[in-house]
Write a protein that binds this ligand. Structure first.
Ligand SMILES: [Zn+2]
Ligand SMILES: [Zn+2]
Length: 256
């Protein structure tokens, strides 16, 4: 409006006849009209630009919304992944704990097995030592058996010598008895006057006091497992059979 006002207050020279004439007849548009057209064109241009801008803005808005949606989806996905990962992590922790427990159990079982094996080994070693001892004992016994055999041989030789000696003594005693004209008193039991012999009942038996009587007399003298010596009243105790417990007087037997 200011521009139009300034135009209307143009110098008076513009309103000359020449000017008016030329305007009317040449149908040339006035400056104002040109200006209006120009402005209208500009407005149109701005409107178009504004429309384009609005369209672009709309596009941006849509794009923005899409991006927001995508971001939201991404966040959700991330969250889900995070939850899944936490769950998995918990699972792994549980698994690790379980495995650790199993390992401990296995270690303790192995320890137990080890202790048992050591004990078995000790037992085996002990048995081996026992076997070795038994073996050495066996060797000793074998040595002993050899010695027994040697002794047996010596005993046989001694028996032969003893028999010869007995025969000689008997012969000698026979001569002595012949020379004496009768039996010697120590050749007979002093209680029953029976002659001593190798027969069981008339065999001479030594009492604890040192006196000798025949087995029959020891049985007669016995009372509650005690034999009282008729010469000195000293008791001889016995537990089983008298014949098995009282020793024979071989010195006497040899000369009967
Ligand atoms: Zn007698
Ligand atoms: Zn006596």
């Amino acid at each position: 409006m200011a521009t139009v006002a300034s135009t209307s207050s143009a110098p008076a020279t513009k309103f000359s006849l020449k000017n008016i004439f030329s305007r009317v007849f040449t149908k040339k548009p006035s400056k104002n009209q040109l200006r209006v057209s120009e402005l209208e064109a500009k407005v149109q241009k701005y409107k178009t630009a504004l429309k384009a801008e609005q369209d672009r803005n709309d596009c941006f808005t849509i794009e923005n919304q899409q991006l927001r949606d995508e971001l939201k989806a991404c966040k959700q996905q991330l969250n889900e992944k995070k939850i899944a990962s936490e769950y998995q992590s918990e699972n792994y922790l549980g698994l690790i704990e379980k495995l650790t427990k199993e390992k401990l159990v296995m270690v303790s079982e192995l320890e137990h097995d080890k202790v048992q094996l050591i004990s078995q080994l000790q037992t085996a070693n002990q048995k081996l030592t026992e076997l070795q001892n038994a073996h050495s004992e066996f060797e000793k016994i074998q040595n002993f058996n050899d010695s027994v055999k040697e002794l047996e041989q010596e005993r046989k030789v001694l028996n032969i010598i003893r028999k010869k000696n007995e025969e000689l003594t008997k012969k000698h005693m026979k001569k002595e008895v012949e020379k004496n004209g009768e039996e010697f008193p120590w050749q007979s039991c002093e209680i029953c006057m029976e002659k001593y012999s190798h027969k069981e009942e008339t065999s001479p038996r030594i009492l604890a006091c040192g006196h000798t009587v025949c087995l029959s007399c020891t049985k007669r003298l016995s009372e509650e497992n005690v034999i009282k010596c008729p010469f000195d009243r000293i008791g001889t105790q016995y537990n089983g059979k008298i014949g098995d417990e009282l020793p024979k007087n071989y010195a006497v037997l040899k000369m009967c």
